[in-house]
Design a protein around this ligand. Structure first.
Ligand SMILES: [Zn+2]
Length: 121
């Protein structure tokens, strides 16, 4: 991928890491009835995330996505799939298969000659 696509992907990794840490804090806050405000959760999320990014090489690379497969999930009755290349998420789809089809079709747009920036396609 080109430089532009690389930095867009890095920004996407940071955003996914932030979402992941925030969700974990929200779940724990609720489960243990800690009573943390949204502002406090946001501060904690930023502290943990920046600490991790400062000292570790972080990438989105889940074990459950095998080579040739795409990450797909259901949320609020709609299905989504994620491009493993640029980490862009599909629009909401009626079925898992349809979301995965989007990701596979989208991934064919990526090539060494003409990388698709995160913002395109
Ligand atoms: Zn992509």
């Amino acid at each position: 991928m080109g430089k532009e696509a690389d930095s867009a992907r890095e920004a996407r990794v940071v955003s996914l890491l932030e979402d992941n840490v925030r969700t974990e804090l929200q779940v724990t806050n609720s489960m243990l009835e800690l009573g943390l405000s949204d502002a406090t959760i946001e501060r904690l999320m930023e502290g943990v995330t920046s600490g991790l990014l400062y000292a570790f090489n972080v990438d989105w690379s889940p074990d459950w996505v095998k080579p040739g497969q795409v990450h797909a999930w259901e949320e609020g009755g709609a299905f989504f799939a994620r491009c493993s290349g640029c980490l862009r998420d599909s629009p909401p789809a009626d079925s898992r298969a349809s979301a995965e089809d989007w990701a596979r079709q989208h991934e064919t747009l990526h090539s060494r000659r003409s990388p698709v920036p995160y913002s395109a396609a």
